[in-house]
Design a protein around this ligand. Structure first.
Ligand code: RTP
Ligand code: MG
Length: 156
């Protein structure tokens, strides 16, 4: 089957950025897994950015602590490219819940570095549609279509 180049949005959350060794280890994990770093930036969210990004979870019991945490300090966002990028990054992260991650995927990022189900070190887009939305959210100046037109033929 032909390879399909895909982009995903990956975020190193405030708990992991706060720990310099963890940040370095996660950055290295990205490089070790054949991702190309297309864009990367450090940023801090206002509370309303956090609320907007996680609007789909408003009403869930963990919403308040999630938006609070995600606007509590610096994070690092990446646009990552590789074949099947969305699935590969989510596989590397492991399950959302740290306890389950430790149980079922002990080598995953969340199993190794996650503290709680909220402070779980990383985020990754879960579909092509959410990757598009989330890349636009974090990198409004980045034009996916232009980038694909230029880079995709080199990848084949
Ligand atoms: P993400 O969107 O961050 O990649 O994580 P996910 O798809 O694996 O999980 P999702 O269900 O979309 O939840 C989004 C984020 O909400 C926080 N969360 N906290 N029980 C809890 O305290 C709880 N459950 C979910 C996590 O930070 C999760 O990443
Ligand atoms: Mg999600």
């Amino acid at each position: 089957m032909a390879k399909v180049l895909q982009l995903t949005l990956a975020v190193i959350k405030p708990d992991a950025v706060a720990h310099p060794l963890m940040l370095e280890a996660l950055h290295q994990r990205i490089l070790d897994n054949s991702f190309v770093i297309v864009r990367c930036k450090d940023l801090v969210w206002r509370r309303q950015d956090s609320e907007r990004f996680y609007a789909e979870h408003s009403g869930r019991f963990f919403y308040q602590r999630l938006v609070e945490f995600m606007s509590s300090g610096p994070m690092r966002a990446y646009v990552l490219a590789r074949e099947d990028a969305i699935r590969h990054w989510r596989d590397l992260m492991g399950p959302t819940k740290v306890f389950r991650a430790r149980h079922t995927s002990p080598a995953s990022i969340r199993a190794q570095f996650g503290l709680t189900d909220t402070r779980n070190t990383t985020h990754g887009s879960d579909s092509v549609e959410s990757a598009e939305r989330e890349i636009r959210f974090f990198f409004p100046e980045f034009y996916v279509e232009d980038w694909m037109k230029k880079e995709e033929p080199l990848f084949r």
